[in-house]
Design a binder for this molecule. Structure first.
Ligand code: B12
Ligand code: SF4
Length: 461
C-alpha cells in the first residue's frame, strides 16, 4: 500500500482493585497521534476510559481540578489474586459502547493499543479481544509501558499481532514495512524536543490538560524504570512549551494542567522557567499540578516563589524515607534538611499546607514499618500532607531482583503481582495489615491538616 494508512489508536480499559483519574491521560498515544498526522496518516481515537458512557447511563462528575472517578463494572477477581480482600473492576465504558464506537468507524489499516501499568494487562487483553471481533482482518500493535517492561508476557498473553518495544525513532520505518507508506517528517521521531504537542482535539471534553516538557531523569533510583523507558534526557524549548500551554488554553479554556515529567524542575532554567514566565505575563487563570512529584532539591526560596506566581496549585514532593542510609541507597537525591527547607520555602511563598503532598515509599525490600511510621511523623511535624506510595516491583530495575527473591509470589510470570494494592512484597514483619495501618495513619494526618483556601495568585481570576 502506498496511500496514507488510517490508524486507529486505542486507550484500553484498566482492570484493578482501585483506580481514580488523577490527571491520567494516555499522553504517549496522544503524542504518537500528532506525529502520525504530521507524517500524513489518518488517525481515529477511541478511549475506553472516557467518562461518558451510553450503556451505563451516567457520567461520574469531575472533582476538583478536573480529576474524578471512572465508570466501572465489577468483574471476577483473576485466579492469581483470588482471596485478596478487595473487589476487582474493569474501569471505563461498557463493552457495548466500545463496540458501537468501533462500528461507527471505517475499517482501519492498523490498530495501535497503548498500555500503562504492567498489572493492568487483563484490561489490554479484553480490549484487544473486542477489537478482533469488530476488525478481524486488521493487524493490532501493542506498545507502551507494559509492552516495554514485560515484552515476553505481552507477546504470549495480550493477543496483539505485534508488541512494539523499540524506540520511537524506528517506528516510521516499521510503518513503511507494514503498509508501504513512507512517512513525512520521519526525522522528527528520534527527537522528543522536536515533537508536536499531544493531539488534544481527540479527547472528548477535556477537564484537564496533560503536559510533558521533558523526558528522562538524571537520577537512577534502584526501584524506578525511568532510565529503562526514557534513557536519553531531552527537554522542549521555552517557546514550544509556552505555545503548547497557551494554545490549549485558547482551544479548550481548561484551567488545569498536569505535568508528567520525571524531573520537571531539574535543569529547567532555560526552558520551563522562561516558558512559564511568558505564560504568566498573559494573566491566564491557569492551575498547574505535579501528581508525579518534583525533586525536593530543586525547591529554593526563589523557585518556590516562582511556582506560586506561575499558578502551581498541587505540589507533590518525593521524600520517600527519612532514614539517611536508605535515602542514599535509593538514589541520593534528597535528605531531611533539604526536605525541611523545601517545605519552609513553599509555605513562606504562600502555599497552604494542604497543597503540599509528600510521597513516602512503603514496603520496599529491606524497609521496616517503623521507618514508614517515622517518615509519616516527620511530614506531620513539617505540617504538610503524607501520601503513601506502596511499592510496585518494576521489571528490570535493580530492586526487582531483590523483590523476586523476597516475594512468595511469581513476580516474573504474573504481572498482576506488581500491583501496588496487592503488595506482593508483604512479609511476616511487613504484612498487608501493617501496610493498611500505615495508609490509615497517613490519611489521619492528612485529615488533621487545615484545608485553608489560598488567595488566588496575582494572575488568577
Ligand atoms: C505520569 C505517570 C503516572 C501518573 C498517571 C499516568 C497514567 N497515564 O495513567 C500518576 C501520577 C497518576 C501515576 C501513578 C502511579 N504510577 Co506512574 N508513572 C507515570 C510516568 C512518570 C509517566 C508515564 C507517561 O505518561 N509517560 C510519557 C509517555 C510519552 O510515554 P509512554 O506512555 O511510555 O508512551 C511512549 C511509548 O511507550 C510509546 N507507545 C505508547 N503506546 C504505544 C502504542 C504503540 C502501538 C506503539 C507503537 C508505541 C507506543 O510511544 C510513546 C512515545 O514515546 C511513568 C514513568 C515513565 N517515565 O514513563 C510512571 C510509571 C508508569 N508509574 C509507575 C508506578 C509504580 C505508579 C504508582 C503505582 C505509584 C504508587 N505507588 O502510587 C501509581 C499507580 C496508579 C494506579 N492507579 O495504579 C511505574 C510503573 C509500575 C508498573 N508496574 O507498571 C512507572 C513506570 C514509574 C516507575 N516507578 O518506574 N503515574
Ligand atoms: S528521581 Fe524519580 S524519576 Fe528519577 S530515577 Fe529517581 S524515582 Fe525515577
Amino acid at each position: 500500500m502506498s496511500r496514507a494508512p488510517f490508524i486507529l489508536l486505542i486507550n484500553p480499559w484498566i482492570t484493578d482493585f482501585a483506580a481514580y483519574d488523577l490527571w491520567a491521560k494516555p499522553l504517549g498515544l496522544l503524542l504518537l497521534a500528532s506525529l502520525l498526522r504530521q507524517g500524513g496518516c489518518g488517525v481515529a481515537y477511541v478511549d475506553c476510559l472516557e467518562h461518558r458512557g451510553q450503556a451505563q447511563g451516567t457520567t461520574p462528575p469531575r472533582d476538583r481540578f478536573g480529576t474524578g472517578k471512572y465508570l466501572k463494572t465489577s468483574i471476577p477477581t483473576p485466579e492469581a489474586c483470588k482471596g485478596f480482600p478487595r473487589h476487582y473492576y474493569r474501569y471505563g465504558i461498557h463493552p457495548d459502547d466500545f463496540r458501537t464506537r468501533l462500528e461507527s468507524l471505517s475499517r482501519p489499516d492498523l490498530i495501535w493499543v497503548t498500555s500503562v501499568m504492567t498489572y493492568w494487562y487483563p484490561g489490554v487483553q479484553q480490549t484487544i479481544s473486542v477489537l478482533r471481533e469488530v476488525f478481524p482482518n486488521t493487524p493490532v500493535w501493542l506498545g507502551g509501558i507494559y509492552a516495554q517492561l514485560c515484552p515476553e508476557h505481552a507477546r504470549q498473553h495480550a493477543g496483539a499481532d505485534e508488541v512494539v518495544t523499540h524506540t520511537p525513532a524506528l517506528i516510521p520505518q516499521h510503518i513503511q514495512c507494514a503498509t508501504g507508506f513512507a512517512m513525512k517528517k520521519a526525522k522528527t521521531w528520534p527527537h522528543f524536543a522536536l515533537w508536536p504537542g499531544p493531539a488534544l482535539d481527540l479527547i472528548h471534553a477535556p477537564s484537564y490538560i496533560p503536559l510533558l516538557t521533558s523526558v528522562g531523569c538524571p537520577f537512577q533510583c534502584p526501584y524506578c524504570a525511568s532510565s529503562l523507558l526514557q534513557p536519553i534526557r531531552e527537554r522542549k524549548s521555552a517557546e514550544v512549551i509556552a505555545d503548547e500551554i497557551m494554545s490549549s488554553w485558547r482551544s479548550y479554556g481548561v484551567r488545569d494542567y498536569a505535568f508528567y515529567d520525571d524531573a520537571l524542575l531539574l535543569g529547567e532554567e532555560e526552558s520551563l522557567r522562561n516558558a512559564l514566565d511568558r505564560v504568566s505575563r498573559e494573566n491566564l487563570p491557569l492551575r498547574f499540578h505535579t501528581p508525579n512529584a518534583v525533586h525536593v532539591r530543586a525547591i529554593s526560596q526563589k523557585k518556590a516563589e516562582r511556582l506560586r506566581k506561575w499558578g502551581f496549585e498541587t505540589i507533590r514532593l518525593g521524600l520517600e524515607t527519612t532514614r539517611a542510609e536508605n535515602q542514599l541507597k535509593w538514589g541520593g537525591k534528597v535528605n531531611n534538611t533539604m526536605f525541611a527547607e523545601a517545605v519552609s520555602h513553599l509555605l513562606c511563598s504562600g502555599f497552604r499546607p494542604h497543597q503540599i503532598g509528600v510521597y513516602l515509599l512503603c514496603g520496599l525490600p529491606g524497609q521496616s514499618p517503623e521507618e514508614v511510621a517515622e517518615a509519616i511523623r516527620r511530614v506531620q511535624e513539617a505540617g504538610v500532607m503524607p501520601h503513601i506510595a506502596e511499592y510496585s516491583p518494576v521489571p528490570g530495575t535493580p530492586t526487582w531482583h531483590e523483590a523476586r527473591r523476597l516475594s512468595p509470589y511469581d513476580l516474573q510470570g504474573e504481572p498482576l503481582y506488581h500491583n501496588n494494592t496487592f503488595f506482593a512484597c508483604r512479609r511476616p514483619d511487613f504484612s498487608l495489615e501493617t501496610l493498611n495501618h500505615l495508609k490509615a495513619l497517613a490519611r489521619q494526618v492528612r485529615r488533621s491538616i487545615p484545608h485553608v483556601e489560598s488567595p488566588e495568585c496575582s494572575h488568577g481570576s
